[in-house]
Structure formats: structure tokens, C-alpha cells
Design a protein around this ligand. Structure first.
Ligand SMILES: NC(=O)c1ccc[n+]([C@@H]2O[C@H](COP(=O)([O-])OP(=O)(O)OC[C@H]3O[C@@H](n4cnc5c(N)ncnc54)[C@H](O)[C@@H]3O)[C@@H](O)[C@H]2O)c1
Ligand SMILES: [Fe+2]
Length: 400
């Protein structure tokens, strides 16, 4: 009905192969038929998209001449739809024009995009609220992204019926992504300590922690602490599933404006350099470290390091996760938060560190090189870091 109200005539529906026949996709197709809106289904989203899979969706969008988009799925599907919308609406001279600097040119989105409705089926990325699209740049062996507030979907449809079939392993990884979004955006460099952009158009999507994003981040953190273990333990727990889907969107409104920092920056090479790891519980035919897992494996090491920059915020996060912080000193903030995270990771069946997903100390130089160009997020670290300190963080994340 929204698409009909907006006058959409031909819609591209974007999803992944596993979800192609799922109830949420079928509901979308049936409602488009009911509204007599023409559509084409693109169901070849790569789980954790690559530059090649983005380009396939972009070619489909260009050929189809669509005037609106609907994404149904997790971050992989929503991000692919954002890219298809941008690149078919304002075709650039080169694919890298919109990719964030210094990997690409980081050109801003020139004008309004076509309407995009995002229907999340994971309680994770919050991509239905953010102006970010992430993909794996295969030649770089690291993920990178496109970020601009005009990429934000026009509408997000947050319906817990759509996460009913989420396998527990996916619920765990995506839920830990939400948790890290919340803690990272709450502890990221404050907005008034960032350099200001030369023009409003150049304002970054990720503006630093600010009083508005703090509200969303803290609320999401409390919800995840309370409901993630329940949502993973019992797919039938309607309340937990509902609260987690809301928490994902809340955290998205927090980090989508404030930003995330080192756990995400370090996750991009962890995901991109994967060799053999096949995540248990995921139905995929290629090795991968799922995004939420790649992020949370870095988080305890990072927060031990960043806590001295804003110990009070790290302690608040630890308290939200159930730690007793009544007698904690500022110097304890990092270890207390890291310990709570590690306990939760164990409870949810996460690997015990980067070593368990196939990395060793010999990989650290390459992991560091894959993180350094991620300026969009690394520059938001509340504590400046050297290359040697970054290597130390990877070493610390090998085994918890
Ligand atoms: N745009 C952003 O702001 C943002 C933020 C964080 C992460 N990301 C990106 O999003 C991607 C990860 O997205 P994700 O974690 O949501 O997962 P996903 O989209 O990669 O899906 C993971 C798996 O779960 C399956 N699945 C999804 N919903 C299901 C359901 N309801 N029932 C059964 N199976 C289901 C999918 O088919 C897939 O196999 C990564 O590429 C990551 O980098 C984007
Ligand atoms: Fe994330």
C-alpha cells in the first residue's frame, strides 16, 4: 500500500536464495500482486555481499528500469538493495566513486534515491535504519562500504513474525552484532571532538557519540542484555524475538548516526581473509566468519584498550550486561566489560577467539593492514592507536 501511495509502477524485490521461498518474501510478492504493482524478484544476494555480487544486483536494477525497491532479508539483502538503488539511479563513472575513502573516492550521493522499503528478517544489522552498505572487496581481502545518509531506507518494516525461522546460530551472531553496535556507538569518539566537514553534504554518516545516539544505544544495550539469551535459547519466545528485532533497529539509530569503531574496523579483514571456517548453523556454501561473530571476537580486546578513554561509559555498559560495578574503580572498567562479554559469548556458543576461526599470530600483519584503511570507523576510536597497538589488539583477541 505504501508503494501504491508513492505511485510505484515497477519494483525490484531483493533477497537471498535461502529466503527466496520464505514466508516474508511470499508476503511481499502477494501484496505487490494485490496492489497490481509490477515487480521482478532478484534472489541472488550473496550472504555477506562481495563487490561482484553487488555488481550483479546493480546490473539487474539498471536493466529493469525500476522506480522502487523492497529488500527482504538480513543486512546482506538490505545492503545489496541500497547499492542497486544508488548505482542504478546515479550511475558513477567508476564503481569506486561512492566507496568510502581511502579505498574509493567517497563521493557523496548526489541527490534523493528511489524509495526503498527494508524488511529485516534478522535481528542484527539495523540496516533498515542506516545509510550504510557493506561489501567484501575481494581483491583487498577486507570488507568496506558505501556510507551516506541518503542511502537510508524510506521505510523499515519491523515485524517479529519475520524472524521466527531464524536458526539459533544466526540469532546469536546477529544479536551480538546488535550488542557491539550499542557499546561501540556509546563509547565512540564524541561528536564535538571530530573535525567538522567543509560542507553539510560532506557530513559523514558516522558523526561520533552524541546525546541523541546515546539514548538509542543505551536502550538497545539493556534490551539485548535481557532478551538475547532467551531469543537464542528458544525460537518460540515471542517476547524475546520481538524485543531483539526492536533492539536491532534502536541500535541502528544509535550507531547509524554516531558510528562504530575498532571492533567493526578489525572485523572487516577477519571476515575478508577467511580461509576454511564454515560457521556451524549457517546454511552457506562458502567459508565465512559471519559479521556478528567477526565483530564480537574483537570486542573484549578492544574494550580493554579503549576503556581508559571513557571509563564511565565502559562501566555503564558492563553494568547493563549484569556486572556489579558498585565498587569498581576506573582502572577496572576494561577488564570488567571484557569479562562480561566473554561470559556472554561462551553462553551463546561463540568461538573462543580468532584462533578458533582459523587465524594465528602469523596473520596479524595482514589483519592490521586490512584494518588501517577503514578510516570511516577507525578514526572514531575513542583512544588513538598505533600500528603496533593494533597488532597487540589482534594478539589479545586470539584466545579468550
Ligand atoms: N548496513 C549496515 O548498517 C550494516 C551493519 C552491520 C552489518 N552489516 C552487514 O550485513 C551483513 C550481515 O547481515 P545479517 O547478519 O543480518 O545476516 P545475513 O543477511 O548475512 O543472513 C545470514 C543468514 O541467515 C539467513 N536468514 C536470514 N533471515 C532468516 C530467517 N528469518 N530465517 C532463516 N534464515 C534466515 C540468510 O539466508 C543467511 O544465510 C554483513 O555483510 C555485514 O557486514 C551492515
Ligand atoms: Fe555490525
Amino acid at each position: 500500500m505504501d508503494l501504491a501511495d508513492w505511485g510505484a509502477k515497477k519494483v525490484m524485490v531483493v533477497t537471498d536464495p535461502l529466503l527466496s521461498k520464505s514466508a516474508p518474501v511470499q508476503a511481499v510478492l502477494e501484496s505487490l500482486e494485490r496492489e497490481k504493482i509490477r515487480f521482478a524478484l532478484f534472489d541472488r544476494v550473496h550472504v555477506e555481499p562481495t563487490d561482484a555480487s553487488f555488481k550483479e544486483a546493480i546490473a539487474f536494477a539498471r536493466e529493469g528500469g525500476f522506480d522502487a525497491f523492497v529488500a527482504v532479508g538480513g543486512g546482506s539483502s538490505m545492503d545489496t538493495a541500497k547499492a542497486a538503488n544508488l548505482y542504478s539511479t546515479y550511475p558513477p563513472a567508476d564503481f569506486f566513486d561512492y566507496v568510502n575513502a581511502p579505498v574509493g573516492k567517497g563521493l557523496p550521493v548526489p541527490g534523493s534515491l528511489k524509495p526503498l522499503i527494508a524488511v529485516p528478517t534478522t535481528a542484527g544489522t539495523g540496516s533498515e535504519t542506516t545509510g550504510v552498505a557493506i561489501f567484501d572487496l575481494v581483491e583487498l581481502k577486507a570488507k568496506t562500504g558505501i556510507a551516506h545518509r541518503r542511502l537510508k531506507p524510506t521505510l523499515g518494516i519491523i515485524d517479529p513474525d519475520n524472524t521466527r525461522t531464524l536458526p539459533p546460530a544466526v540469532a546469536a551472531c546477529t544479536g551480538l552484532d546488535v550488542l557491539s553496535h550499542a557499546i561501540e556507538s556509546y563509547t565512540t569518539l564524541p561528536f564535538d571532538q571530530r573535525p567538522h566537514p567543509a560542507r553539510p553534504l560532506l557530513r559523514p554518516s558516522y558523526q561520533g557519540a552524541n546525546p541523541i545516539s546515546d539514548v538509542w544505544a543505551l536502550q538497545a544495550l539493556h534490551m539485548v542484555a535481557r532478551f538475547l539469551p532467551r531469543a537464542v535459547a528458544d525460537q518460540g519466545d515471542e517476547e524475546a524475538r520481538s524485543q531483539m528485532l526492536l533492539a536491532a533497529a534502536f541500535a541502528g539509530m544509535g550507531f547509524g548516526n554516531a558510528g562504530v569503531h575498532l571492533p567493526h574496523g578489525m572485523s572487516y579483514p577477519v571476515a575478508g581473509m577467511v580461509r576454511r571456517f564454515m560457521p556451524p548453523g549457517y546454511q552457506v556454501d562458502h567459508p565465512m566468519v559471519p559479521h556478528g561473530m567477526a565483530v564480537i571476537l574483537n570486542s573484549p580486546a578492544v574494550f580493554r584498550f579503549t576503556a581508559p578513554a571513557c571509563p564511565g561509559r565502559h562501566l555503564e555498559a558492563a553494568a547493563a550486561l549484569g556486572a556489579d560495578t558498585s565498587r569498581a574503580r576506573e582502572a577496572d572498567a576494561g577488564p570488567i566489560l571484557a569479562d562480561r562479554l566473554i561470559a556472554l559469548m561462551q553462553q551463546l556458543g561463540m568461538p573462543s577467539g580468532l584462533r578458533a576461526v582459523g587465524y594465528g599470530s602469523e596473520d596479524i600483519p595482514a589483519l592490521v593492514q586490512g584494518t588501517l584503511p577503514q578510516h570511516r570507523v577507525t578514526k572514531l576510536s575513542p583512544r588513538p592507536f598505533s600500528e603496533a597497538e593494533l597488532a597487540g589488539l589482534f594478539a589479545d583477541a586470539m584466545v579468550y
